[in-house]
Design a protein around this ligand. Sequence first.
Ligand code: NIG
Ligand code: FE
Length: 413
Amino acid sequence: MNYDMLVKDIGQLILPESSHVPLKGERMKGLSIKEQAAFAVSEGKIAWIGSNKDAGTLNAELIISADNKVVSPGLVDPHTHLVFGGSREGELELKQQGMPYLEILEKGGGILSTVAATKQSTEEELVKKAAHHLETSIAHGVTTLEAKSGYGLDKETELKQLRVVKILASTYPIRLVSTFLGPHAVPPEYKESVSAFIEEMISLLNVIKEEELAEFVDIFCETGVFSIEQSRIFLEAAKEKGYGLKMHADEIYSLGGTELAVSLGAVSVDHLVAATDIGIEKLASSNTVAVLLPGTTFYLGKNTYAKARKIIDTGGAVALATDFNPGSSVTENLQVIMSLAALKLQMTAEEIWNAVTVNAAHAIGKSEEAGTLELGRKADFVIWDIPTYQYLPYHYGINHAYSVYVKGKKIWE
Ligand code: NIG
Ligand code: FE
């Protein structure tokens, strides 16, 4: 057999368990590591996985030596706000003076200031800016990324943001998954009629579907933003129209968003810093993935992080994401999040790798095509310049990616 490519001399090949359901509890704690490994690619797909010893007899057009480095599936970032206008460095000072995140929003800053900047940006400007952020993400090992709208809060700008994601999806080799987050904040003109705004966002679901602009919907369920009841109305309407569901829930106050997301069969429920024990138990008996965002807790200057240990030990599935956005988590670097998961969420290296590969793929409904390396799968992988898989979360704040491949083609080095 003649292969297109052979990757050999792999010190450690990270092989997350392939599974039709998210890895939960004990399964999430295990990770298969193949030492002195090799694999071959044909027509962009994994065609052979074996030991380095056996690789010597194989023929391939292109032979790459991984030089004893670590190789993993391409990372999956299942929660980002990739497309937005402007930036909010001015808010750092307000934060230093002690003004809480929700108060900045209440005063018309925060998300609402990014909404104003996004409305003012042309589609071309947004494409250019988001492309730059996307390239940074790819350079850090991401080959699948979810991107949300939510800085429009009106038809024209929400659709503009979603179209930008569609353009990027057709120009970049990586997999992009699009989410409509119309109910991300309450526009000032709807302050007294939040339910009318929810109806307005529901009215966009048909056109978004017709233009194939999003697979998922999301809502920011929080005190002073959208209530549990408003979230239920929006999510149920979206479910009826065939969207997958996601939710920003229990981030600052315990409103019971985790329970709601599970009861509606959401693919993920995200943040969960304030999730209750009841919510955590509900998660464990479901296939809804808890997407934890420790970068946001860090960036908001808080000391209390999501209870990852409790969620995993109770039997829930955890994924990790950057939450990349211009206000509460200004980084595209998923590797930093892996370090925060080790240091602040007390997750093990095995759990962390599962959380940025197989479980992250489940959190965006892409487990059939992303997050694992297995025969017949697209060869999306990263060669890491590290000696062991435990090393990545340990050495924090820098980029350990050596080269990034999608469908067997190098897209970054
Ligand atoms: O996930 N919590 C709400 N939305 C984003 C922040 C967006 C922003 O501040 O611009 C989040 O943290
Ligand atoms: Fe977010």
